[in-house]
Ligand binder design. Structure first.
Ligand SMILES: Nc1ncnc2c1ncn2[C@@H]1O[C@H](COP(=O)(O)OP(=O)(O)OP(=O)(O)O)[C@@H](O)[C@H]1O
Length: 587
């Protein structure tokens, strides 16, 4: 459970229970079988929307192909019933397993792809299955009639039976979604959505979490598909693997609001009755009117409420409501994970990286002692950030390697290097803007393998160290540049690092702000932290660093105590300029 999530979870569960009771009462008094069918379809598509949201909404990888899971679930029930006389409840269960397995098989190759490429690749899966099922001769699979025990065989003469089972399914899917949204799992998925690189640099294994989300999502969509087969009684590949199915899953969530449990419910409640009514009234004149409704809904949402109705309403409400009271300041214990070896903490030997014909990092070697602050300076484009990217696994090196406390860093993934104890901040701050500060920092603690109260304590400790604990509840998107830079530093600290790699932490700060951040960094050093910092703000670097390493055109130009290095003619020539030296010496 995320810190502070329990009251929110209780509130959402209570609202849902109220709405569910009202819907039950309403469905109890509707006798017209056509309207009753509509009342059944709303929760069914809300479940499909929730399943889409569990993956695409939280992780941010748009799926155009959720029909693949829905269709597999529908056919699992139809085929198991017609071929083996299997009970549909067991068929739904089997379909859920098939949906989960399909998610693994789909996730393995597609998670290599990003953005549009992922979305397009997902489009292919239901289309392929549509033709495969037609080829296998399953153009139309009918469920055998079993009216004698309606609940056991999910074949009700009273259509309200379908509505009530659909509501039961919705309650389960909503409960799962709510639990995910308020847990470490949900926070990790949202962090991946808002900033993949920052999440991975905080120790999050992207593939593992994405896979877990897709498996859960696929299983739920398949369960909904299985029940849909019981409503239709006849399953065709077009009806369950067709584009309209995938579009419906996506549209109800996009329309209602992505990344929230309420979005798919709002979307289904508005769009399904609208599309079905228009289909009933105008279907003869305009075939495929439902597709038009979903198309128009998407366009309207893009124009008027790009993140969906829920977020637009919530943001309006948040602007009207008073800001949350500041959290109490908790004195933080000093807990910095210092490495224990006697030798250098970081040893870099012959690191080299080429980008085509450009050698961005050229045979760089240096060492960093435990507790030292090493400043890396050099002109723009010298290769400083590339060096950091090699050290923390964002990029693989062409040759050379680095060791942290005697353990080789080369060949390891970004999240694994983070877990070894290398924290990193970025030149352009990578925050999770919608998440509160505490959640932003918690991601770092989760990345280090901490959970529950230990993760919260680590995040609060880190926020206290950088002086931001009193703003823990504020969304990161509302912070100033200084606040964001300190938040990123706190997130790295929450990962319990041995070594911090700070990339231009002082960039864009005024002199006073710079001094405040320097104070925080000095305090970290006093607590035993080892820091390597890239910075152009020379007056600050002279105050902070124990030693400089100068890089020019990818090569190590000089290294040594700051005062000696800044007087080195080669460094003055390549980077500082004579004016800078004259100004500094005259002070
Ligand atoms: N992914 C990439 N593909 C191709 N070239 C790259 C890539 N990343 C960096 N470069 C090039 O490598 C060189 C070193 O870039 P890098 O960002 O490491 O410099 P830097 O010293 O950090 O510069 P600055 O101080 O401006 O941030 C530059 O010429 C840059 O254009």
């Amino acid at each position: 459970m995320r810190p502070g999530a329990l009251p929110r979870l209780r509130r959402d569960a209570l609202i849902f229970a109220g709405l569910l009771a009202a819907y039950l009462l309403f469905s109890g008094i509707v006798t017209n079988s056509y309207y009753q069918l509509m009342l059944t379809l709303v929760p069914v598509w809300a479940v499909v929307g929730l399943s889409w949201n569990l993956f695409s909404g939280y992780v941010g990888l748009i799926s155009f192909g959720h029909a693949v899971f829905f269709g597999l679930g529908a056919f699992a029930v139809a085929l198991s019933m017609s071929l083996y006389d299997l009970n549909p409840w067991l068929g739904i269960l089997a379909g859920t397993v098939v949906g989960a397995l399909a998610a693994v098989l789909i996730g393995l190759p597609t998670f290599r792809l990003r953005g549009h490429y992922f979305a397009l690749s997902m489009l292919a899966f239901p289309l392929v299955l549509l033709y495969v099922f037609q080829f296998l001769g399953w153009q139309e699979v009918s469920l055998p009639m079993k009216r004698q025990e309606p609940l056991l065989w999910l074949q009700f003469t009273d259509p309200r039976g379908y509505t009530w089972v659909a509501l039961g399914l919705l309650a389960i899917a909503f409960g799962i979604s709510l639990a995910v949204e308020n847990s470490r799992f949900g926070l990790t998925l949202m962090a991946i959505r808002q900033n993949e690189l920052a999440a991975e640099a905080s120790g999050i294994n992207l593939r593992r979490w994405k896979m877990m989300a897709l498996v859960l999502s696929g299983a739920i969509a398949a369960a909904a598909g299985g029940f849909y087969a019981c409503i239709l009684l006849v399953v065709t590949p077009e009806a369950v693997f067709g584009m309209l199915t995938s579009a419906q899953a996506l549209t109800v969530a996009l329309f209602g609001g992505v990344g929230t449990v309420w979005g798919p419910l709002i979307g289904a409640a508005v769009l399904i009755p609208l599309a079905e009514t228009l289909h009933a009234e105008l279907g003869n004149i305009i075939p495929g009117i439902q597709g038009v409704v979903y198309g128009v809904a998407i366009i309207l949402v893009m124009l008027l409420a790009p993140e969906g109705i829920f977020w637009t309403l919530r943001d309006r409400w948040a602007r009207l409501a008073a800001p949350p009271p500041p959290r109490p300041r908790i004195p933080a214990p000093l807990r910095i994970a210092t490495a224990g070896g006697a030798g250098p903490l970081l040893k870099v030997s012959g690191l080299t990286k080429n980008f085509g014909g450009l050698r961005a990092v050229d045979d760089i070697s240096f060492e960093v002692a435990p507790g030292e602050i090493l400043g890396i300076i050099g002109p723009n484009g010298a290769g400083k950030t590339t060096l950091f990217n090699l050290l923390n696994g964002v990029l693989p090196s062409d040759s050379g390697t680095a060791w942290l406390d005697g353990q080789a860093l080369g060949g390891r993934k970004l999240h694994a290097i983070c877990r070894m104890g290398v924290g990193r901040t970025f030149q352009v701050v990578r925050s999770f803007p919608r998440l509160p500060l505490l959640d932003n920092v918690l991601i770092g603690a989760y990345g280090a393998g901490l959970t529950g109260a230990a993760a919260t304590a680590a995040a609060e400790d880190a926020l206290a160290r950088v002086g931001l604990l009193h703003q823990a509840g504020q969304p990161a998107g509302q912070l100033t540049n200084k606040g964001l830079r300190l938040m990123e530093l706190a997130r790295a600290l929450a990962g319990q690092p041995h070594l911090l790699l700070l990339d231009e932490t002082l960039a864009g700060l005024g002199r006073e702000e710079c001094d405040e951040v320097l104070t925080v960094l000095r305090r970290l050093r006093e607590a035993g932290m080892t820091i390597v910092i890239i910075e152009h703000t020379m007056h600050a670097m002279l105050k902070l660093a124990d030693r400089f390493v100068v890089i020019d055109r990818g090569r190590l130009l000089a290294s040594g105590p700051p005062r000696e290095v800044v007087e080195d003619p080669a460094v003055i020539e390549a980077y500082l300029g004579r004016k800078w030296l004259a100004k500094t010496c005259s002070k």
